[in-house]
Design a protein around this ligand. Structure first.
Ligand code: G1P
Length: 302
């Protein structure tokens, strides 16, 4: 049976997006017409995921409500003949079941994944971070390719990477590819990891290949998560568990994002604003007029 389970951590406070995230989860911020987390779920569904297990936290109930069927709203739209708006709710019928568990203490991403262990049980699974969209309008097939690679190559983990500027490595988990200690493997390659490090200093970084929010794991990762202590920022880091897996002989493969599959990070205002602009400019209904408006604004700018 192929992998059809994804754990989606959405418990973080989103402090870098205050005040927008004071009472609203960052995963529910709109990027164009949809909230971030809807793109994430749609991307997973098109890659064959049928069960999504959210690891939530305080103040995240609106995520659960968003994926619920709202019968009252549906019949109101139907009775008032608003077929177009009704079509916007078609995601309610995605062929996906949802589960929710809470991370009751904020002890880091690794700890959030560990919170799902008893529900995920003993099968391989995807981890997709709920604040990152892959590809414009989440059209990426990266998770499907990761699952295929994982199964074909009998890996213990497959992680997706994107190239970042050397000065930005401090924000990410960074790969140490097996073939070379520095520098990146060839475009579009699947590569094996000799190590991985969370948020290194640029002068100590083994490469500029950054973990890009999607992983596939054997359930053995839970043992490694239990074994690692607090890492960067005093938190239980998923990256440290992967490093331990590699140290103990595990086969961990990296897969690069294709050039048209860039990662949209909704964790800070700069990249959130950029994502919003890109998605709205690409919108079939509103994009062209918005483009003209922006061009006018830019032409008038001092
Ligand atoms: C997390 C991971 C990091 C990864 C990043 C983006 O960091 O710890 O390894 O590169 O997500 O996928 P965070 O953004 O939570 O600081």
């Amino acid at each position: 049976m192929t992998i059809d389970l994804a754990i989606v951590p959405v418990a973080g406070h989103g402090t870098r997006l205050l005040p927008a995230t004071k009472t609203q989860p960052k995963e529910m911020l709109p990027v164009g017409k949809k909230p971030v987390v809807q793109y994430v779920v749609e991307e997973l569904a098109q890659s064959g995921v049928r069960r999504v297990l959210f690891v939530t936290g305080r103040g995240k109930a609106s995520i659960e409500n968003h994926f619920d069927v709202d019968a009252e709203l549906t019949s109101y739209l139907r009775e008032t003949g608003r077929e177009e708006q009704l079509a916007e709710l078609s995601f309610e019928r995605l062929d996906v079941s949802f589960g929710y568990t809470r991370q009751r203490r904020q002890l880091g991403l690794g700890h959030a994944v560990l919170c799902a262990q008893t529900l995920a049980r003993h099968e391989p699974f995807v981890v997709a971070l709920g604040d990152s969209i892959i590809g414009l309008n989440a059209k990426s097939q990266i998770v499907r390719r990761m699952i295929e690679t994982f199964e074909k190559q009998r890996a213990d983990a497959v992680i997706c990477f994107e190239e970042v500027a050397q000065s930005d490595v401090v924000h990410y988990g960074i790969a140490q590819p097996k073939s070379s200690s520095r520098g990146a493997p060839k475009e579009a390659d699947v590569f094996e990891l000799a190590g991985i490090v969370e948020k290194p200093r640029p002068d100590e970084s083994p490469s500029n290949l950054a973990v890009a929010a999607r992983y596939v794991f054997q359930p053995s990762i839970f043992d490694h998560l239990r074994a690692v202590g607090p890492g960067k920022g005093g938190e239980i880091q998923l990256t440290d568990a992967v490093a331990r897996l590699i140290e103990q002989g595990g086969k961990v493969l990296g897969l690069r994002l294709a050039p048209d599959e860039k990662r949209y990070d909704i964790g800070n205002f700069e990249s959130y604003f950029r994502a919003f602009v890109e998605f709205t400019l690409a919108d079939g209904d509103f994009g062209p007029a918005l483009r003209a408006h922006l061009q006018k604004l830019l032409a008038e700018a001092p």
